[in-house]
Design a binder for this molecule. Structure first.
Ligand code: BJW
Length: 262
């Protein structure tokens, strides 16, 4: 963070009435959940997206893909929300008309006090049948694994209790449509907000990356929190270059300095 920028952002936040917070993998990075595209630590630096995050990959090697998602579910289960998640819950408490939209498949917003985050890319915790989306499935309990899944470990997916087909992770892979209700709610919120805060996303995966652009086109002010430049820099009125767990608590504290219980 530099100079007067946090103060300008804090003033914009304090004066906002309808807020959207859009988060990406960066919000959970300081909880120990890897991002996708960061050069050294991102998942795609170590794993091939085409072999793991597409429907074709699952059909080709279900044990590899299910094992990878079980490893990630375990990683998330061991993670705790960080001060960035908590600051977002505080914004929602301060400005009730705040909609939190996340591209993340973890549950760290919910565990930090944002119960109704819109999940554009599904969840690690809602597996479903490959044959019928209407057949939700129950996740195996950690005790069902002989050992905690490791990074490249293979685990056969369970079978659907209704029809016997394979169960797949409840996430949105490349080439798949986003959940319609979630996308509609996100677009409506972006169209109606007066301030959009985008946090920890590379802004490169569509249609999620369109959300800040929709808000800007509709007249909202966009504030971005990210340690690195992104394509969203151009539409952001304020770019706060720092990490979510550092910038967001400072932003919230500055916005409501001198008022009670922040
Ligand atoms: C920090 C930090 C710290 C680090 N603090 N910040 C239009 C144009 C071009 C292409 C397309 C288009 N429309 C659709 C497409 C195709 C495709 C797409 O967008 N491709 C692009 C890559 C070019 N989109 C799709 O396929 C989507 N589906 C679709 O459009 O369907 C249409 C359809 C309609 C009808 C029928 C059929 C189809 C689906 C996209 C699904 C994305 N899925 C994934 C995996 C989810 C499951 C899983 O988790 O495994 O979602 S991919 C991955 O990327 C994941 C993420 O949610 C998503 C976004 O990533 P994110 O969050 O931005 O993370 P990173 O790693 O990219 O960035 C992290 C950022 O944090 C960085 O900027 C860091 O600097 C920063 N950071 N530490 C703050 N401490």
């Amino acid at each position: 963070m530099k100079g007067a920028l946090p103060h300008r952002a804090a003033q914009l936040l304090r004066e906002a009435h309808r807020v959207v917070v859009l988060t990406g993998a960066g919000i959970s990075a300081e909880s120990g959940v890897p991002t996708f595209r960061d050069a050294l630590t991102g998942l795609w630096a170590r794993f091939d997206a085409q072999r793991l995050a597409t429907a074709e990959a699952f059909h080709a090697d279900p044990d590899l893909v299910w094992g990878w998602y079980e490893w990630r579910r375990t990683t998330v289960g061991r993670a705790e929300p960080n001060p960035g998640h908590v600051a977002i819950a505080t914004i929602q408490a301060r400005i009730p008309d705040t909609t939190v939209i996340t591209q993340n498949v973890d549950d760290l917003h919910e565990r930090s006090g944002t119960p109704a985050a819109i999940h554009l890319h599904g969840s690690l915790f809602t597996p479903r049948c490959v044959a019928a989306a209407a057949h939700p499935a129950t996740l195996p309990s950690p005790d069902d694994h002989a050992a905690p899944p490791d990074e490249g470990g293979r685990i056969p997916p369970p079978r659907c209790a209704s029809c016997g087909a394979l169960v797949r992770p409840g996430v949105v892979w490349f080439g798949e449509p986003l959940p319609e209700a979630a996308l509609t709610a996100a677009v409506e919120a972006a169209t109606a907000c007066d301030l959009l805060l985008t946090v920890g996303t590379s802004g490169t995966v569509y249609p999620a990356a369109e959300i800040p652009r929709i808000a800007a086109r509709s007249g909202a002010t966009v504030i971005q929190v990210n340690p690195e430049p992104t394509p969203l820099d151009r539409i952001a009125a304020v770019n706060l270059h720092g990490t979510a767990a550092q910038v967001l608590p400072t932003l919230v504290a500055t916005a409501w300095a001198g008022t009670d219980d922040t």
